[in-house]
Design a protein around this ligand. Structure first.
Ligand code: AMP
Length: 567
């Protein structure tokens, strides 16, 4: 064996602190604007941010925090949260963002599982901390992210963030760390079982930030004013707090006010060009625009992900408000970005209808992620846009194993996402379901997302969920659960008639029920398990009348695939 010839370039570790150091040095005067919990708007620069992140690092080290220790946060999007992202990871501690919308018992489980040393919290969560503190005996201290004047009344002994920072001068150099060391920790929302932790490394975080910044990924730029609506407690706000300093983009943080009016006013005031969030938040914003009769004057692009972006929303953003929607897919276990629906030059020469169909999908992988779909036998399925399969991924920012768990979740080196998808000849991914939510009618899969998207396009529908309901002949058939818009007039028959010509006949739900609200997880995803439990005993009209089933071979139901005991 000959000795390998190594490259002769500097071996500079990819550390999270290098992102902020870069912004502070080269975009030192670029602003970070935050709507504060205290009620006012705070503004400062990347240079100020780095100095205060260093003060925080000094304060935490003085409290005895060591490299590898986990520091929890219960906080909205704001400058102090950003300082915590860097003031922890910068000296080797791990920034553990916790979703405050989870149930307190679940949060206590997460804090204890992560073994958080300190927890930093926004004063909105003071009452929550009082509930958590007795259940989390290993936390050495709770730090309120405010000054002494705004310290909340609490039964828990808490210290003031500003008072801690004031004891230090920020004269400190970020240490050089091994890029494979842990930097950030996020727990999955845990719709079933206990939440599981994804422990990112400095290397994976920086590579993800590079990837996210690419023009055909999130495409952030120093010319952008970026307002991440996606919370910093949800998979690191999709990497924006890392990608923004990498690119030098201005940051605008909305704090706790995520209603349509507050978001719109902040976007206009800070001349926001770029935003990102889950569809539910955009519903509120779009409603506000319609009711107030206003338009965006600066917003150009927004990333929508976390759940499928309804085509009606995509259309409204683009056609009514002139905002480019970048539909994206990812997950906590992927840091989170996997795919984005941006078109190639050739695709953008196709008819408007074809382009729209591509944008409605979850898109193309970014460099750094590889994907495949596999059938029940584990074999690769064709990329024909038709075959449904379990989606598997791999790459340097994809999870290898969960925090404090020895069992590998991987299958042949790939991570099974739990999503069911098609991939078309353009290599565009289309998520059709979570594997546990899929509806199997007579052995064939029905995409609940597609069925929901049609319902949401109806003007009288505020929200809709499609779930499997048991059926004596087809095993399962779709049931549509609908929340009407206030004062809207909509009957079951109107809803079903609306499906005519929009989906294959056998995908049309067998029944529609109206409810006041749908259950959501703490990250805004529909909790279909809860809905399935609620409607477990629902009897579909078609189940009572098997002889006159509304779908048959002539109408396109793939009876040839139906198991013999069902046909
Ligand atoms: P989380 O780890 O909480 O971010 O949830 C990840 C899951 O959200 C994915 O596995 C998908 O099931 C779902 N998801 C995320 N983005 C999308 C999208 N654009 N379309 C459909 N489902 C999505």
């Amino acid at each position: 064996m000959t000795t390998p010839l190594y490259g002769q370039m500097m071996d500079v570790p990819l550390t999270v602190s290098s992102l902020l150091a870069h912004a502070s040095r080269h975009f030192g005067t670029t602003e970070i604007v935050s709507k504060r919990i205290e009620g006012d708007v705070h503004r400062y620069t990347y240079r100020d941010c780095e100095r205060r992140a260093k003060q925080l690092a000094q304060a935490l080290m003085a409290l005895g925090v060591e490299a590898g220790d986990r520091i929890g946060t219960l906080a909205w999007n704001g400058y102090r949260h950003l300082e915590t992202y860097y003031g922890t990871t910068g000296f080797g501690a791990v920034c553990h963002t916790i979703n405050p919308r989870l149930f307190p018992d679940q949060i206590a489980y997460i804090v204890n599982h992560a073994d958080d040393r300190y927890v930093l919290f926004d004063i909105t969560f003071a009452a929550l901390v009082d509930v958590l503190a007795p259940q989390c005996p290993n936390v050495r201290g709770w730090i309120a992210m405010t000054d002494e004047a705004h310290m909340p009344r609490m039964s828990t002994a808490a210290s003031s963030y500003e008072a801690l920072l004031a004891q230090h001068d920020g004269a400190f150099d970020w240490p050089e760390l091994d890029e494979r060391c842990a930097s950030n920790l996020c727990y999955t929302s845990g719709t079933t079982g206990n939440p599981k932790g994804a422990l990112y490394s400095h290397r994976s975080t920086v590579l993800h930030a590079f990837g996210a910044s690419l023009p055909d990924a999130m495409g952030l730029s120093a010319r952008d004013s970026v307002l991440p609506v996606v919370p910093m407690f949800h998979v690191n706000a999709w990497g924006i707090p890392h990608a923004a300093p990498l690119t030098g983009a201005k940051l605008v943080f909305p704090g706790k006010d995520l209603d349509g009016k507050s978001l719109y006013e902040l976007m206009e005031a800070e001349r926001v060009t770029y935003s990102a969030g889950v569809p539910t938040v955009w519903l509120g914003l779009l409603n506000h625009l319609r009711e107030a009769g206003v338009k965006f004057s600066t917003l150009q692009r927004t990333v929508i992900g976390g759940s499928a972006c309804p085509p009606a929303m995509l259309k409204m953003f683009q056609e009514v408000y002139g905002v480019e929607v970048i539909h994206a897919w990812g997950m906590t276990e992927m840091s989170p970005l996997g795919t984005l629906a941006k078109l190639t030059w050739e695709q953008s020469q196709r008819s408007p209808d074809e382009q729209r169909k591509l944008r409605e999908k979850q898109g193309h992988v970014m460099y750094g992620v590889d994907m495949k779909i596999v059938g029940d036998d584990g074999r690769d399925l064709p990329w024909d846009g038709v075959a449904f399969g379990d989606l598997h991924v791999r790459g340097p920012w994809v999870i290898d194993r969960y925090f404090r768990s020895d069992a590998s979740p991987l299958v042949d080196g790939w991570f099974p996402t739990g999503d069911v998808a098609t991939i078309d000849k353009d290599s565009f991914l289309n998520i059709t379901d979570r594997s546990k939510d899929v509806i199997k009618s007579g052995g064939e899969w029905i995409s609940s997302i597609d069925v929901e998207n049609v319902a949401i396009a109806h003007p009288a529908v505020a929200e809709a969920a499609c779930i499997a309901c048991s059926h004596p002949k087809w095993t399962e058939r779709p049931l549509l659960v609908v929340v009407k818009r206030p004062d809207a007039d909509l009957t079951r028959d109107d809803m079903l008639a609306f499906y005519e010509g929009k989906v294959a006949k056998w995908w049309i739900p067998d029944d529609v029920v109206f409810v006041d609200e749908l259950p959501h997880t703490a990250t805004g995803k529909l909790q279909k398990l809860k809905l399935r439990e609620r409607f477990r005993d629902h009897v579909l009209p078609s189940a009572l009348d098997i002889e006159n089933c509304p779908f048959d071979e002539k109408e396109g139901h793939a009876l040839r695939h139906v198991k013999t005991d069902l046909s």
